[in-house]
Design a protein around this ligand. Structure first.
Ligand SMILES: Nc1ncnc2c1ncn2[C@@H]1O[C@H](COP(=O)(O)OP(=O)(O)OP(=O)(O)O)[C@@H](O)[C@H]1O
Length: 268
């Protein structure tokens, strides 16, 4: 393991030490609505995400994937139910969950790539012995952006900006990384290379990840398990994916085809 990995991994926050058998994230009977009299968007869902697991939320547009993710981040209150991090109920945002969004304007435009990442580490209140600057440098190196660390967001391509956002999430060393279609606005080639990079990082860092996407191919490439949501805001099913990291085997294509059929039927 390289020194930068060790620095980013060797002193996990106390909360990382989950009791054996306990999910990193547990969602229990969660329902979400945008207001007391508004219709329910996410309806009584329960699932666990284990340490080091990549859990994908997929479903038709408007089925509530982003709403659910925002609740996991603490940005959106539950109408009922609970969200537990390492067994503890959580309601508000915190540095234990870092979010990466789709839009390229999530970085502070007046700060360089390095300053953006360093600022997030400082803001997280980390008391780690490795300095925020070193952690930011390590994280940028992990996403192959060391050479661009002094550039401002406006000087970076969309793919590079998303890499900075990922570096920022990693540098804070959250308990869980939450991603809302982070590659949705990228061209196909950049998207494919960032998917491969994310999968590498997810494995290397034993990252616990919840990732929202529209794309079945992306879900099958990245996901350890895939939660398929219905337009009613429930789960049609949660599927274990034996093809993580694969792209084009016939079995993988068959599995993706089955998911596509389920997705289409769930919307019928
Ligand atoms: N702030 C809000 N206030 C009221 N309703 C909202 C709000 N945000 C989202 N909604 C509604 O909640 C429902 C679910 O939206 P959400 O963005 O969670 O779906 P999604 O599955 O992520 O969709 P997409 O894949 O298109 O991003 C939609 O009907 C949407 O109009």
């Amino acid at each position: 393991m390289s020194p930068r990995h060790e620095r980013l991994l060797d002193a996990p926050p106390a909360a990382v030490v989950a009791r054996s058998g306990q999910a990193a994230l547990a969602v229990r009977n969660a329902s979400i609505a945008y207001g007391p009299k508004s219709p329910v968007i996410v309806d009584n869902v329960s699932f666990d995400v284990n340490q080091g697991e990549a859990f994908i939320l997929i479903g038709r547009s408007g089925c509530g994937k982003s709403t659910l993710l925002r609740s996991l981040a603490g940005f959106q209150e539950l109408r009922s139910g609970d969200i537990l991090l390492d067994g503890k109920k959580t309601k508000s945002p915190g540095p234990d969950r870092m979010m990466v969004f789709q839009n390229f304007d999530q970085l502070l435009p007046w700060r360089t790539a390095l300053q953006n990442v360093e600022f997030a580490v400082k803001k997280s209140g980390s008391k780690d012995t490795t300095s925020p600057r070193q952690r930011a440098l390590d994280a940028l190196e992990m996403v192959h952006l060391s050479a661009a660390s002094d550039k401002f967001p406006s000087q970076l391509s969309g793919g590079m900006q998303q890499r900075v956002a990922i570096a920022r999430a990693l540098a804070v060393r959250p308990r869980i990384v939450l991603m809302d279609e982070p590659f949705g606005a990228l061209d196909a080639m950049t998207r494919a290379s960032l998917q491969a990079e994310l999968l590498r990082l997810q494995k290397e860092m034993n990252m616990t990840l919840v990732f929202v996407t529209h794309s079945i191919e992306e879900a099958v490439y990245l996901g350890g398990r895939i939660g398929l949501m219905t337009p009613q805001g429930t789960f049609e099913g949660i599927y274990t994916n034996a093809f993580q990291g694969q792209l084009d085997s016939p079995e993988c294509a068959e599995f993706a085809g089955e998911l596509r059929t389920k997705l289409e039927m769930s919307a019928a």
